[in-house]
Design a protein around this ligand. Sequence first.
Ligand code: SF4
Ligand code: SF4
Length: 413
Amino acid sequence: MSIPTSSAPEAPEPSGTARSGRYERSDRAKQGTSRIIRFAVLIAGLVVITALGLLHQAGGIKIVGVDALCPFGGIETLWTLVSSGVFVKQIAASSVILLAVVLVIAVVFRRSFCGSICPLGALQELFGKVGKAVWRRKRPQVPVAIDKPARYLKYVLLVVAAVWSWQAGALVIRPYDPWVAWMHLSSAEVFAEFSIGLAVLGVSLVGSMVYERFFCKYLCPMGGFLGAISRFSIFKVRRNEPTCIDCGACDKACPVNIKVSQVAVVESPECINCNECVDACPVKGTLEVSTKASGSGKRTVLTPLQVLGSVVAIIAVLIAAATAVGSFAWTLPSLAESASTNGGAVNVDDIRGSMSFEEVATATGIPGSAFRERFKVTEADMAVPMKDIAETYGFDVQTDVRAFVSEQLATAK
Ligand code: SF4
Ligand code: SF4
């Protein structure tokens, strides 16, 4: 299958050490281990982020929401941040920091974020493995006439999502976002608020069973953004044509259907830098991740594991540094903490469903009895997150509770 990809007619020189010839059995085992480790890292990322989402929903430890832990939020808030110095609602500095981190990775290692870290990518690969087991070699293929133009859809979605969010100053694509839907699976709001996102998630995962990385290929705006940057990346997959035996193992291994065996350098923005092709190649020094050859013919070659280790290290170091200086917040501030950064005045927009009436009463100084009287809440439910009792008592946190607190604060002045 052809895809919107290309290659510069550049044939890299063999990189110095003894090169040609088939890999030994021990080398093939190392290649297998490398593939397993990449998949394990993907799954570990999925587990950690999903656990943070569950903690956020549970409300005990007040972990920040999904939007503050997604680099695409950095794109959605960019205009608001530059033009008025504020984040759109539900976005925090952490989103912008994550965007900066994935940009650094893209400049050096192409779309390694997509290929080795992204939790939605991990979910798709999981479902892809199930699909492989079910259909084995008979998995259907998307015809080129559909596949090729459909790959441009993600760029259209990138422009629509960014411009629409910038104009509205809000996360307008949130209800359609499959990752937001996944992170709300344990929430009572999931069917009411994220039914379209759930449908997109279902289509993407079932689609990935049949056709790997379905969402990445056609729908992911973040992938479109990183793909555009990755054309300028320092490290790329390069094929040494003289030693290639045209076995096609690289083409078969590629989850995004790039014809690696037909190019000298993988330049395609579709490449997620998973390095499955490199680990599938049976001939030493034929397919490598490397820099472009310098004038003297020297280039730096990294193994897939070295690429993976570097990507994980970049993420860990940058996020740890941002956390240490207080720029990357993992937990939500309480209402009282928010008020203390606002000269002691409570901003009603900071009242969230994860807070209890007790917390709101304490921070605002409004007696608990006033809340019990207005919302008919029992003494025991005063300590429960409001989003968990809103349906039972028939109120909405963002409208009813905020309006009530505004009135009470105005009356008390
Ligand atoms: S298999 Fe190779 S060409 Fe295909 S996405 Fe992974 S690194 Fe890129
Ligand atoms: S895996 Fe690809 S690059 Fe390696 S020998 Fe086979 S066709 Fe050539």
